[in-house]
Design a protein around this ligand. Structure first.
Ligand code: C5P
Length: 221
């Protein structure tokens, strides 16, 4: 039984997109539904973990027994993660890589622009990397949504962000990923990998948590 494999473990999970304001009525965001992160949180809780779920703007109910913190922007998400005490960090959120350099105080009028208009962007903090390279980091797990060269990109991220595990899905396959209820992934670590067949995100979340726990407790000895 997997009932209590996470007993005594504090797990923080980010989920959903972030939303970066352009002006009072517009923003930059992405298609992340938050489903995978919410299912991971529900499964981890069922397996005995103390779970904090830091969610971007999504319309999903809070899983039973999970502490939820709602945020909007990448900077707010980073602050919430940094304020969290955790043994394991699962970074499932689709964080916006860039945000508008300035947020206009009033709605930007098209009349103020010609046929073309530019929007200046600045880079958002990489939440996962910031946590993974901090002093005494938690056990860090990342997600990689790739449209090509999935394995090479995932392994590059594993190394660059100093992660213990990375979960890769190919978002170019419309049957799985993002808004879908199903997902198929491959998990990579320093000297191994494991494929997970297409299945519901709920079942996949349970299987992933088992793999995460196995690696976490192996490393801790
Ligand atoms: O580099 P890339 O964005 O593809 O890496 C994906 C992983 O990094 C995911 O786990 C995502 O949650 C995390 N990430 C983050 N902060 C960012 C960008 C990505 O935490 N600004």
């Amino acid at each position: 039984s997997t009932e209590n494999i996470w007993q005594g473990t504090r797990i923080t999970i980010t989920a959903g997109p972030t939303r970066e304001a352009i002006d009072p009525v517009r923003y930059i965001s992405n298609h992340s539904s938050g489903k995978m992160g919410f299912e991971l949180a529900a499964a981890a809780r069922k397996m005995g973990a103390e779970v904090t779920l830091i969610a971007g703007p999504v319309s999903l109910p809070t899983p039973t027994g999970v502490t939820r913190i709602d945020v909007v922007t990448a900077e707010q998400m980073l602050a919430a993660v940094q304020a969290s005490s955790m043994d394991v960090f699962i970074s499932c959120a689709a964080v916006a890589d860039y945000r508008p350099a300035t947020v206009a105080e009033q709605k930007i009028k098209k009349e103020a622009n010609g046929e073309e208009s530019q929007l200046a962007l600045v880079k958002n903090p990489d939440i996962l990397k910031t946590i993974a390279v901090s002093a005494q980091p938690p056990f860090c797990i990342g997600f990689a949504a790739e449209t090509e060269n999935v394995k090479a990109h995932a392994l590059d991220k594993l190394k660059r962000k100093q992660l213990k595990l990375i979960v890769a899905n190919n978002v170019s396959d419309s049957r799985i990923g993002f808004n879908s209820n199903d997902n198929a992934v491959t998990v990579y670590w320093q000297n191994g990998e494991q494929d997970f067949a297409p299945q519901s995100k709920a079942l996949l979340a349970s299987e992933l948590n088992q793999l995460f726990a196995q690696h976490y407790f192996e490393l801790r000895g």
